[in-house]
Design a protein around this ligand. Sequence first.
Ligand code: MG
Length: 382
Amino acid sequence: MRFSAILVAAGSGQRAGQGLAKQWRALGGLPVLAWSARALIEAGADPLVVVIRSGDEALAKAALSDLSGWVLAHGGENRSESVRSGLAALSQGGPEAVLIHDAARPFVTTAHVQSLLDALASADGAVPALAVADSLKTLGDKGLVAASRDGLFQVQTPQAFHRQALQAAYDALPPDAAMTDDAGVMERFGGRVVAVAGDIRLFKLTYPEDFAMADALAAGRRAVRTGLGYDAHRFEPGDRVWLCGVEIAHDQGLVGHSDADVALHALTDAILGAIGEGDIGDHFPPTDPQWRGAASAVFLRHAAALVMAKGGALINIDVTLICEQPKIKPHRQAMREKLAEILALPLDRISVKATTTEGMGFTGRREGMAAQAVANVDMPLI
Ligand code: MG
């Protein structure tokens, strides 16, 4: 089923502590909002309308830079106004189903979305609901008094609706009515809302201590991703080569548009491969004159910055140089130190090796040299 989604992120989040509103705070290396935005888009939301406060555009664009299929809308004084704004941003010809979700609930999954959409087949709306587990009390004049929890549920988001039915309910809602959830708006005008199984992991980040729980969950949602890179360059007359960012005197040079550092090119491709960001030519086209003679460390730094922007962290790299000459071993330590400096990694996570091909092939005939690299990256698995 096609659906659009509205991600409500216009709150100031004051109960969650000082500083940045909670939707922009870091969680597992990414802003809180990026978790649910990515999950909803991966579940198929098209489009995703992200409702923010005026002035938060730069924060939103940074959090969503990695994603496509989203638009921004500006929220109002309260949640209801923000949802109205999100609905207005959806085109009238768009999908019939819409999900409304709080950005402060980062751990939504495709399975949650699917069960809500399935439930829409027989209702105007569907919400995740959890039976109340704790005992309930009311506070009276004489202290706490037991209250029944029978038939009581905690309701979470995302909440799913037939868009036109939800729009009609909001159209009928008085402008000053501040509702805490969208199912409430639908019910108020006679819409039928059903429950699907809630999930304690859909909890809302509300208080500072909630972030400790979220950090623990985020830590469990990471995976190691591996990328592989390969490059080769031809020898030409010259007096030096650049390998792993180190200048080495040699009786030949390497042909290339940049400094022809075959090792850094293979390593840059390995890192880009691990994070699904294409290859070095996509980011630095050889047809672009600004990269003529460029130090290839620029390419490697760019790939490492992309890893960070995605909430990832390089774990280790391993480079193998393939050539008969120059001899690599005398320069290995300098190469590792240079890579450690460029990537800001400890030396023991950086390996540089070399091999010959025993006279066989283009490297054996000394026509050129090649390099292979592997990079492991610890990434959020949303
Ligand atoms: Mg190259």
